[in-house]
Ligand binder design. Sequence first.
Ligand SMILES: N[C@@H](CCC(=O)N[C@@H](CS)C(=O)NCC(=O)O)C(=O)O
Length: 333
Amino acid sequence: MGLLVDGHWQDKWYESSKDGAFQREQAQRRHWVTADGHPGPSGEGGFAAEAGRYHLYVSLACPWAHRTLILRKLKGLEKLIDVSVVSWLMLENGWTFDKAQGSTGDKLDHFDFMHQRYTADTPDYTGRVTVPVLWDKQLKRIVSNESAEIIRMFNSAFDNLTGNDLDFYPAPLRGEIDALNERIYPAVNNGVYRAGFATSQQAYEAAFDEVFAELDHLEQLLGANRYLSGEFLTEADVRLFTTMIRFDAVYHGHFKCNLRRIADYPNLSNWLRELYQWPGIAETVDFQHIKHHYYGSHKTINPTGVVPKGPAQDFSVAHDRARLSGKGVWRRG
Ligand SMILES: N[C@@H](CCC(=O)N[C@@H](CS)C(=O)NCC(=O)O)C(=O)O
């Protein structure tokens, strides 16, 4: 675990604030792939959607990278955008391409370490070396290292090439989706990390309370709505899914979010199974990577690196969500 300073790797654990709270660094590369290369909402233009031009770097353990893998799958982008997977262990060298620990290797340049991808973009890069990363093979630049934006690019930029008209961020539902994301990201997606990486009792308890207050709210919402925003499955569901699927196996124990398991919430657990069983999604879930990454990489939390064998979980059991009216994914046009 470490970061780049002026292009040099330094092995360093996260610095928490004075009150022991974990703070996540803002992603620094924020360009957008668009259908014709015009600039997106941030960054520069020049990144036009083309088959084979972009490469995605992910960890199968990481909930943020997982979002991008799900959108890549559901939007039919697998043939257009290839993927390199990092090793599940993230220790003194940060993310690596160690094939003995589950990595595919760096398919483009055979780098050993993910930080080499960042210095290939910017030789004097300063900051954390995170996944996911969308890399442009043509310009040899990082397009984006912000998953929330990569999934929006995948949702629309390549549609002319794929003919895929599924829309996970439909215009009429955007207000609703944005409001859901604004609640769920701090309290749940990042909330479990704030609980797990807190270095004071007070910071931990504050994060813990927020996690479970929001889960109670979501449990209630999913009692009335088939999906988070109503009848359509959207990016809000995908973003929550990657945290929920890790919760009982990792966040409950390793991050001390143990008031309840997701299995104890009837609506959330049935919703989770419906998403897991959605065609294409189960193939993006890898518990070997998930469990070995968290329990093996965070030596300040689990110094022995011993990985628990449980819990027993079966996400293929039938769900009850058909009792609520649902229309699947919105289609454009
Ligand atoms: N804002 C980023 C956050 C990505 C992120 O924090 N990824 C974690 C893995 S789950 C990471 O690479 N951490 C390495 C580090 O912080 O040094 C996104 O959503 O894409």
